[in-house]
Ligand binder design. Structure first.
Ligand code: IMP
Length: 191
């Protein structure tokens, strides 16, 4: 089986990414923890590609990376690609976002996830993006998930990402949509 290195150090993301890849005929490996990834792109796609390429070259294996974040319409799309760097902890990021939004009535937001697959030589074989639209609540709701999940409400489900069973989030989330698109393409790659 060919190895596939999952290029993320975020335990919340690893937990969500692994089930998508579990059915593939690749041997999944986690990124070596000491391997730091640079993220200097200006789009989710650029950052996903950059991370996949760096990890592929360093490990000399195929690598898959995602870059994701939350775009809030009333904030001109912020925090966007800076979602992870917006504040020090999940709790602080949520508090900062709620404070910035204050009582603004327009609560529309979307999560975006770009996924890149790099060949061992660092060239990008596949690159895709998924989006999930929702609204920012005025206070957190639910226990599950990670990151901004407790304040991201999806009207079609009547739940925040935190309140959803993982299978439901896996199906409808930005990451889920991006994986649904890329998985058949990964299966089609002959290694
Ligand atoms: P990065 O892709 O590692 O740069 O980090 C993206 C950041 O966006 C995460 O640290 C979270 O704060 C946020 N994020 C991305 N996807 C999700 C999600 O599914 N739920 C909640 N927060 C997310």
């Amino acid at each position: 089986m060919t190895a596939l290195v999952v290029a993320t150090g975020n335990p919340g993301k690893v937990k969500e990414i692994e089930p998508y890849l579990a059915g593939l005929n690749w041997e999944l490996q986690l990124k070596p923890p000491e391997l730091e990834m640079e993220e200097t792109g200006t789009t989710f796609r650029e950052n996903a590609a950059q991370k996949a390429t760096q990890v592929a070259i360093a490990t000399e294996q195929w690598a898959i990376a995602d870059d994701s974040g939350l775009e809030v319409m009333a904030l001109g799309g912020r925090p966007g690609i800076y979602s992870a760097r917006y504040a020090e902890s999940d709790q602080a990021r949520i508090a900062k976002l709620l404070a910035e939004l204050g009582d603004i009535a327009d609560r529309r937001a979307q999560f975006v996830c770009a996924i890149a697959l790099s060949r061992p030589d660092g060239t990008i074989a596949l690159l895709t993006e998924g989006v999930c639209a929702g609204e920012i609540l005025t206070a957190p709701r639910g226990e599950g998930g990670f990151g901004y999940d407790p304040i991201f409400y999806v009207p079609e489900q009547g739940m925040t990402f935190s309140e959803m069973p993982l299978e439901v989030k896996q199906e409808i989330s930005h990451r889920g949509r991006a994986f649904q698109e890329i998985l058949p393409q990964i299966r089609a790659i002959e290694v």
